[in-house]
Ligand binder design. Structure first.
Ligand code: ATP
Length: 235
């Protein structure tokens, strides 16, 4: 595994007076796939939003290559190489597949990910490139959301609940693309509700519980008991 790309240091996050994260120390090494798991409301989305500037945090609480990036505007964070696939996809439904994909390149960087490269990976998107994205199936829309994030040519891809509302066969198809991303040098974070899927697709699992890290370890070494305890707080 490579050197540390991204790190958080005692990261706290608030929505007004309500605190959602209570001092998270997290790191991401070059080339790895990390899965973040945890029950509803544990703070998984808030952690991703803190990394990408969607939730304001103090500058030194998030570092990229050792440089503080906490609280920078989201567009600046995209230019520095972080891209997010948001929960619920958030496409522009009346715009075509191709227009949604091109949107991702606007704020981004140069790199291997182009429309043609994405169409190779997800051929169905080439077929439907002129269709409104809102007319696609849920799985196809998720491919567009992933493609839009890749079009900014990130170093780090942050995926929030890719599997939400999708059929198991579609979920497998989408996760099957992850090795292609890492082969291109990407580092990937997936937030995933399905714990065994999270373990299968990642090298490392981080479990959050009520805004703190309750467990962290190699995906293939963690036992069901350890995870249940960290997930639900059972003891
Ligand atoms: P889920 O699986 O339901 O998406 P999560 O682990 O991603 O859960 P978060 O969405 O990060 O959890 O929520 C963490 C805490 O912050 C919860 O207590 C939630 O109620 C609160 N929270 C999240 N978004 C907001 C918001 N916009 N305003 C106020 N509180 C919020």
């Amino acid at each position: 595994m490579g050197k540390t790309l991204l790190s958080t240091h005692g990261l706290k996050a608030f929505y007004g007076d309500a605190q959602a994260l209570f001092g998270i120390d997290f790191h991401l090494d070059e080339g790895e796939v990390v899965a973040i798991i945890g029950a509803n409301g544990a703070g998984k989305s808030t952690l991703l939003k803190s990394l990408t500037g969607l939730v304001a945090v103090p500058a030194p609480a998030v570092c990229l290559h050792g440089q503080p990036i906490g609280g920078l505007p989201p567009g600046e964070i995209v230019r520095r190489g972080l891209a997010m696939v948001p929960e619920g996809r958030r496409l522009f439904p009346s715009l075509s597949v191709e227009e949604n994909l091109r949107m991702g390149a606007l704020a981004g960087r140069q790199g291997p990910w182009t429309l043609e490269r994405l169409f190779q990976m997800f051929p169905i998107l080439k077929e439907k490139r002129r269709n409104p994205s809102g007319a696609l199936s849920g799985g196809q829309q998720q491919m567009v959301a992933i493609g839009r994030a890749l079009m900014s040519n990130p170093q780090i891809l942050l995926c929030d609940e890719l599997s939400l509302g999708l059929a198991p066969i579609v979920i497998r198809e989408i996760y099957a693309a992850l090795p292609t991303f890492t082969a291109e040098g990407l580092t990937v974070v997936v937030v995933e509700q399905d714990v065994s899927l999270a373990q299968q697709v990642s090298q490392r699992v981080v479990c959050l519980q009520e805004g703190v890290v309750s467990l962290e370890g190699r995906s293939n070494a963690l036992t069901r008991e350890q995870i249940s305890e960290a997930y639900f707080g059972l003891s």
